[in-house]
Structure formats: structure tokens, C-alpha cells
Ligand binder design. Structure first.
Ligand SMILES: *Cc1c(COP(=O)(O)O)cnc(C)c1O
Length: 217
């Protein structure tokens, strides 16, 4: 199926309150243009310089989301334009994002990444760290950042019950943060292989790549 057909059939399955980030990492400009022609405006990348290159080349009404692990020395390349940073997994990233947002006279929106998978390799804060962050109102230290919610990645497994359990735990943490007056509005969870489970557990932002653009090399 073409990129535009894939996008249309995916969107048809989504309730209006679930937003779709089309993950275009490693894909050429032509693929992004095809998705843009089909009406998609939000794209996700996992390498800052690749995203900056694509931003330079493509229409300026595209919203670029940084979904990957962040190297703090590269934040300066995306600070002028990035619209949402999903993968904030340590305080050092917040500190550097704050510095670069201020330099660019912007408020940058971001999500705190939570480690919900069993694999050691996935990044993120623990639930306990997030709770402390909210309780101590640590976000007040970052005047040029708007922390809009949480992001998580489930384990790489075929066990759907395990995946659903991990997403459910993240939703519970998200709801707790909201109950503490955190003004959260984004819960980013779900990818090509597990977005139905993520939505069933309360995701309102899914990050889908291979299902739209085909598998990556
Ligand atoms: C690559 C990636 C995705 C998209 O993965 P697909 O399986 O291709 O849908 C989503 N989220 C993150 C953080 C990614 O790195």
C-alpha cells in the first residue's frame, strides 16, 4: 500500500482525541512529502541533526517531534524549531533544553520519558523519580520549558498482556501527575506494533513509523 493509503487507513482507526506522530526517521524527504500531501503535519525523528536537515528542506508548517534519546551537545541544533521533545530522560537534558530555549527566546514543550519496559536498554526516569519531580515542583526551575506529559516505550515482546500492563502503569502515573495539578495533556505511548494496546490503556499520542512508511533497513 502507498504511504497515503496507509496513513488514511490508520487515521480512520483513531478517535479524534488521539494524535498521530508519523515517525520518518531514516526515510527520505520524498516519503515525508508524500505523507504531507496526504495531510500529515506532525513528524517524529530520533536523530537531532537528521531532523534539522529535514526541517531546513521541507515546508515550515510541519511540526517536528524529537522522539529519540537526546545528546545534550546537539540540543542547540533543534532549539530554534522543535515543537515537542518526547525523550527527556534525565535532568541534564532539561537543563540544556532550558538554556537553549532561553537563547532562542522560545518556550519548548517536552515530555518526561518513563522507563516502563523490563529491558535495561530503554531510557527513562523511574516512576519514583517522576513523583518526586512533581511533588517538589521541580518544573518551576525551567521557565522556558513546558512539560506537557509523559512518554513511554513498552518491552519488545509478543506478550500483549505484558505490554498492556506496562502501558496501564504509565497511565496510572500520568493520572496521578494530573491529580497533583501538573497540567499534563499528552500521554505518548504506542508504536506500529502496539498502538492498539496503548490506546486501549489511554494513550492520546501514538508514534508510528514502519506501518506508514514501510520497514527500515
Ligand atoms: C522508531 C520509533 C518509533 C516508531 O517505531 P515503529 O515500530 O516503526 O512504528 C516510535 N517511538 C520511538 C521512540 C522510536 O524510536
Amino acid at each position: 500500500m502507498s504511504i497515503s493509503n496507509q496513513l488514511h487507513s490508520l487515521r480512520k482507526q483513531l478517535a479524534p482525541d488521539v494524535s498521530l506522530v508519523a515517525v520518518s526517521k531514516t526515510k527520505p524527504l520524498a516519503d515525508i512529502e508524500a505523507a504531507y500531501q496526504a495531510g500529515q503535519r506532525v513528524f517524529g525523528e530520533n536523530k537531532i541533526q537528521e531532523m534539522a536537515h529535514k526541517w531546513e528542506q521541507l515546508p515550515k508548517d510541519i511540526e517536528w517531534h524529537m522522539i529519540g534519546h537526546i545528546q545534550t551537545n546537539k540540543i542547540k541544533y533543534m532549539a530554534p524549531f522543535v515543537s515537542l521533545v518526547h525523550g527527556v530522560d534525565r535532568i541534564k537534558v532539561l537543563t540544556e533544553l532550558q538554556k537553549q530555549a532561553e537563547k532562542n527566546n522560545r518556550v519548548i514543550s517536552c515530555l518526561l520519558q518513563v522507563h516502563i519496559a523490563t529491558e535495561e536498554t530503554k531510557f527513562g526516569f523511574s516512576a519514583t523519580e517522576i513523583e518526586a519531580f512533581i511533588r517538589e515542583k521541580s518544573f518551576e526551575n525551567f521557565k522556558n520549558l513546558q512539560i506537557k506529559g509523559l512518554m513511554g516505550m513498552a518491552s519488545f515482546t509478543t506478550d500483549k498482556r505484558q505490554i498492556s500492563g506496562e502501558f496501564k502503569g504509565l497511565k496510572k502515573l500520568y493520572d496521578w501527575c494530573c491529580s497533583q495539578g501538573s497540567n499534563f495533556e499528552v500521554l505518548s505511548m504506542g508504536m506500529s506494533g502496539d498502538y492498539p494496546e496503548a490506546i486501549a490503556q489511554g494513550s492520546n499520542m501514538i508514534r508510528v513509523g514502519s506501518l506508514i512508511f514501510g520497514s527500515r533497513n
